[in-house]
Design a protein around this ligand. Structure first.
Ligand SMILES: [Zn+2]
Length: 200
């Protein structure tokens, strides 16, 4: 069972990756140390995983957009989606965790995964983890935990494990959708469903 490390100086309170020694002024996205094309593909894989899992669990995905970080205006996100869902909280957390788990998996398969990059992927998923924390608070009336109540819907380890298992099944679809996002930057739900159906 992986253990989770506390992050004293971060808005992401726990990571599965041991926090590396970093310069205080390091910019988060620079931690990935990837050329913009590879950084963009990682973002596409992350967003594709959210979308494919949301659809597989019954959500209606309206659209997904990705942008290279060199083209972001203001605090525009590198990736976002619009989806309508009525889902069990554990499934929602699985969809949220799938983004960071897919990004790490893709880095690993590409020979690009280092401890610092694994750590950066977790920190860059702060928005997803904040949303998971809010869902657990609002729907279950408790705080999100990390690796202390594995198997419970309120523990993010459970979401990671469920996301990893789902990605084992859906990986060709995630890669097909990510490739299309890199090419087109925006896909609607029907396009994502069609790409998933034809990916093996
Ligand atoms: Zn995400």
């Amino acid at each position: 069972m992986p253990c989770w490390y506390p992050n004293a100086n971060s808005r992401v309170p726990y990571t599965r990756t041991q926090p590396p020694r970093l310069q205080a002024d390091v910019v988060l996205r620079d931690l990935l140390e990837l050329p913009v094309e590879q950084h963009f593909r990682g973002t596409a894989v992350h967003e594709a995983a959210h979308a494919v899992l949301l659809q597989s669990l019954g959500a209606t995905v309206e659209w997904v957009v990705v942008r290279p970080y060199t083209e972001l205006a203001g605090d525009e996100p590198a990736g976002e989606n619009s989806a309508v869902y009525d889902m069990y909280v554990g499934d929602l957390l699985t969809c949220l965790a799938a983004g960071e788990r897919a990004e790490s998996r893709w880095l690993g398969e590409s020979g690009l995964l280092t401890p610092v990059r694994a750590y950066a992927v977790e920190l860059l998923a702060q928005g997803d983890r904040d949303m998971a924390g809010n869902l657990v608070r609002d729907l279950l009336g408790r705080e999100l935990t990390f690796g202390v109540a594995v198997g419970e819907a309120f523990d993010y380890q459970s979401a990671h494990d469920a996301a990893d298992a789902a990605l084992d099944r859906c990986w060709p679809a995630v890669i097909a959708v990510a490739d299309a996002l890199v090419a087109h930057r925006r896909l609607d739900g029907e396009q994502i469903a069609a790409l998933s159906a034809h990916a093996h």
